[in-house]
Design a protein around this ligand. Structure first.
Ligand code: ZN
Length: 264
């Protein structure tokens, strides 16, 4: 099955000129994934590339004692496995679907072939890779400097912005995995956010967020990172003439993100 470009929502794919996109089109297959689906396992060779159209995936670092911690979330602005274009790569993380969605899938071999032929495809890989590195550096600083409560508020805001829904399908177990902390710590942080009116949670595992209140409790990391990434995407995809695709994803230029405190 080939792609239907009218329904493409992935920002990287949508920003490619049609002649470059044509190198990928015959090889792309639309897939859907459920929450908790593992797209890539840690230490496995990257054999596939996924461009998300909806939903959200978490890059999870697995520790030897069984604990996990999220290093980043990726949604329709990004991809999974794109670095395989540089040659055989082993994944340092497990990529887990946090929210169900859809993606366009291509084998690493076919993607690498297109990558070698197209400066525009090399450009989107480069921009996305730098955006990921920026996020990873900030997450390292955030984990060292900021409280669990503020970090939780940051993850909740990021997931809310990716999926455009105030109701987030997150159990306390999933939050513990994202944050790399014990369930009891999550329970305490959830209670504090709830008392502040920033979230409501129910027994079905849905957390309903109040973005403005959550914003007041989150650390400044998220606004800083999103503003820098939005600027990078807008300038570098536009400057190279790439931002002319059929369907632009606007998450990275969400006005609330750009207008948030701490945004510089
Ligand atoms: Zn932080």
């Amino acid at each position: 099955m080939t792609e239907r470009w009218a329904s493409v929502q992935n920002r990287l794919l949508a920003s490619l000129p049609s002649s470059d996109r044509a190198l990928l089109t015959p090889h792309l297959q639309r897939i859907s994934f459920k929450a908790d689906t593992v797209l890539v396992r840690s230490d496995d060779e990257l054999r596939d590339v996924y461009f998300l159209h909806s939903g959200a995936v978490a890059f999870m670092l697995d520790m030897p004692d069984g604990q996990t911690v999220a290093t980043t979330l990726v949604g329709p602005e990004g991809a999974v496995g794109s670095l395989s274009a540089l040659g055989p790569s082993v994944s340092p993380v497990t990529v887990l679907a946090r929210v169900a969605g859809t993606a366009s899938h291509i084998t690493a071999a076919n993607f690498q072939s297109a990558y070698m032929q197209s400066p525009a495809i090399r450009q989107i890989v480069q921009v996305h890779t730098r955006a990921l590195l920026l996020q990873l550096q900030h997450v390292a600083a955030c984990n060292a400097l900021h409280s669990v409560e503020r970090r939780m508020a940051r993850w909740l805001l990021q997931l809310h912005d990716i999926i455009s829904d105030r109701r987030l399908p997150l159990t306390q177990e999933a939050l513990a995995q994202l944050l790399g902390v014990r369930r009891t710590t999550v329970t305490q942080a959830v209670a504090r956010l709830r008392e502040a009116g920033a979230i409501k949670s129910d027994r079905r595992g849905l957390i309903e967020v109040h973005p403005a209140r959550l914003d007041g409790l989150a650390c400044e990391c998220y606004a800083m990172v999103q503003t820098r990434i939005a600027r990078m995407y807008d300038q570098e995809l536009s400057e190279s003439g790439l931002a002319t695709g059929p369907a632009q994803v606007t998450r990275a230029t969400h006005p609330r993100q750009l207008g948030r405190r701490g945004a510089k």
